[in-house]
Design a protein around this ligand. Structure first.
Ligand code: NI
Length: 201
C-alpha cells in the first residue's frame, strides 16, 4: 500500500469516526429527552370532538370533573368488545354509588356503520351511564391516534357491508382533568379494575 493511499484511508476513517460520534451524541440526547416521559406524564389521550348516541356534539372537555373509562371498539364486534364492555359494567357496578364519579365512554372505530342510532341501541346492553361516541372518519382517526389505538378494516366478505374490524383492546382510565392514569389490558377481571379505579376516587 503506498503512502498516498494510506493517508487517504486515515482521512476516510477519521471522517467516519466523526460522523459516528455525531450520531451517537444525537442518540444520547434523544435518550435524555425521552426520559421526560418517566416523570408521570404519559402522552395517551387528548382532545376529541365527536357525536354522542343522541346526536349531540361532545368534546373531551364535557367530561371534566369525572374520571373517564374510555374504550374503543365497534358494535358489530362479535366477542371482544362485548366482553370488555361487560367487564367495565361489572367494575362500575362494584363501585356502587361511587360509580357516579366515573364516566364510561365507548368510541367506535367503525363510524361507517356505527351511527348515533346504532350506538343508542348498543349502549343499552351495558352500564346505564355508558356514552357511545361516533364521528367522521377523520374525527375518529384523530381520537384513536390520541389514545394510541390501532384499528383497520379486516378483509371484507363478498357482502361489502359485512366486515370485521381489527382493533387494539385497552380500557383507559383518565383523570378528572382528562390526563392518562392507567390502562387495563384485555380480560382484566372487573374486581381488579374496580380496585384500581377506587384508588382515584
Ligand atoms: Ni371489538
Amino acid at each position: 500500500m503506498n503512502k498516498g493511499l494510506q493517508r487517504g484511508l486515515v482521512i476516510v476513517l477519521a471522517a467516519l469516526s466523526a460522523v459516528l460520534l455525531v450520531l451517537l451524541l444525537r442518540i444520547m440526547t434523544a435518550g435524555v429527552d425521552g426520559q421526560g416521559l418517566t416523570s408521570g406524564e404519559i402522552a395517551i389521550g387528548g382532545p376529541f370532538q365527536l357525536t354522542d348516541q343522541t346526536g349531540k356534539p361532545v368534546s373531551d372537555e364535557d367530561f371534566r370533573g369525572h374520571l373517564m373509562l374510555v374504550y374503543f371498539g365497534y358494535t358489530y364486534c362479535p366477542d371482544v368488545c362485548p366482553t370488555e364492555l361487560q367487564a367495565m359494567t361489572a367494575a362500575l357496578d362494584q363501585l356502587e354509588v361511587d360509580a357516579v364519579q366515573v364516566q364510561p365512554i365507548f368510541i367506535t372505530v367503525d363510524p361507517g356503520r356505527d351511527d348515533a342510532k346504532t350506538l343508542r341501541e348498543y349502549v343499552t346492553n351495558f352500564h346505564p351511564t355508558l356514552v357511545g361516541l361516533t364521528g367522521t372518519e377523520d374525527e375518529i382517526a384523530k381520537a384513536a391516534r390520541a389514545y394510541r389505538v390501532y384499528y383497520a378494516k379486516a378483509q371484507a366478505t363478498a357482502d361489502s357491508d359485512n366486515y370485521l374490524m381489527d382493533h387494539s383492546s385497552f380500557i383507559y382510565l383518565m383523570s378528572r382533568e382528562g390526563k392518562y392514569l392507567k390502562h387495563f389490558g384485555p380480560n382484566t377481571p372487573p374486581d381488579d379494575m374496580a380496585a384500581a379505579i377506587r384508588k382515584f376516587l
